[in-house]
Design a protein around this ligand. Structure first.
Ligand code: SF4
Length: 339
């Protein structure tokens, strides 16, 4: 039995046509599943009996179980989901003025092992399937009864280390017959896997790309992100430039501010030199404490000074107000286990 949520619309169309059904039947099934959230083929009243029997014999519905659900004082909500193999993952809902954004997890653990990130404390056990990623969005909307308008692929794991399932997930949530989340409302974040950034530049969908840079040079970046030994900063910047040139889209660089490590004004100068001429946007994030690491986020004063320096040097920058820090739901704080 296949899980129905693992199918993109075109995969389902192809399969149904192969078995003698019509292409539009796949759209009908998608609408029942994603627009009406029906989880019983028998209730799909506009489908023929023959098709309902076929679906029942070949497909099943499967859902993540909610193990915990925590609400932050700022409205951010963190969900601990139990997978079918009894492992756990975390998903975060952020409520913004412009809509609700869900941060999804793509792997069970993470092998990138950034030195500031709780998610990387647990080695990758496996990739999540498209269905397990889709379900995170569906479950959040089902529990809260609120529409999810934006998705950020920034939870546990490196999405480009699970490239195919991540792309499949995007296809499913973006479908006009599915959740209809606009490509421009979806952002994928990578630690800087250069060959996959190049691959992503060739994807037809206008999905946003964010790169976790976190440093203005190789020395600091290697200290924070060992992936920099494999893909040094200049290769990441080169790939970012190619992405912008190919897609004509603005790219985002994420930069976690760590006191006295990467937040000096000379670092802001170095960073602005590195990014000069790229159509980009720098997202500064004050680091959230993780008990296991001896790292401190920049003070408000230092973060502001860094922000103003970048602005004065012509770099588009925001100093993000971090959400969900009190429930360990902020960047770098997610875990794939029950604590
Ligand atoms: S920051 Fe992202 S890539 Fe780095 S360890 Fe954490 S989850 Fe993995």
């Amino acid at each position: 039995m296949e899980i129905i949520y693992n199918y993109t619309l075109s995969e389902l169309e192809e399969l149904l046509v192969e078995f003698g059904f019509k292409k539009f039947n796949a759209r009908q099934v998608f609408e029942w599943i994603y627009k009406k959230e029906v989880t019983d083929f028998e209730k799909m009243s506009n489908l023929s009996k023959k098709l309902r029997i076929f679906l029942n014999e070949n497909f099943k519905f499967s859902a993540l179980l909610v193990a915990e659900n925590q609400l932050s004082f700022d409205g951010t909500q963190k969900f601990l989901f139990e997978l079918e193999d009894h492992n756990f993952i975390e998903t975060v809902l952020m409520r913004h003025e412009y809509g609700n954004s869900v941060c999804v997890t793509t792997q069970l653990g993470c092998n990138i092992g950034c030195s500031f990130c709780a998610s990387g404390l647990q080695k990758k056990q496996r990739d999540l399937t498209a269905y397990e990623i889709v379900q995170q969005v569906l479950k959040v909307s089902e529990i809260t009864k609120e529409r999810v308008s934006h998705v950020v692929v920034m939870g546990i794991g490196e999405p480009f280390d699970n490239y195919d399932e991540t792309m499949k997930f995007i296809d499913i949530i973006n479908s006009p017959y599915g959740l209809e989340i606009g490509a421009r409302h979806i952002t994928v974040s990578t630690s800087g896997i250069v060959p996959k950034i190049k691959m992503f530049s060739n994807e037809p969908k206008q999905v946003n790309l964010a790169i976790s840079l976190h440093a203005p040079n190789n020395e600091i970046r290697t200290r924070l992100m060992k992936i920099n030994k494999v893909y040094p900063i200049e290769t990441v910047i080169e790939a970012a430039k190619e992405y912008v040139a190919k897609t004509n889209r603005r790219i985002t660089f994420e930069y976690i501010l760590l006191e006295h490590i990467n937040d000096e004004l000379k670092h802001a100068n170095e960073l602005s030199d590195l990014l000069r001429g790229i159509n980009c946007y720098v997202n500064l994030i004050r680091y959230n404490t993780v008990a296991e690491f001896n790292l401190k986020g920049s003070s408000e004063e230092r973060a502001n000074a860094f922000y103003l320096k970048l602005k004065s040097r012509g770099i588009n920058t925001t100093l993000r107000r971090e959400k969900g820090g009190d429930i360990d739901a902020a960047c770098g704080q997610l875990r794939s286990k029950k604590i």
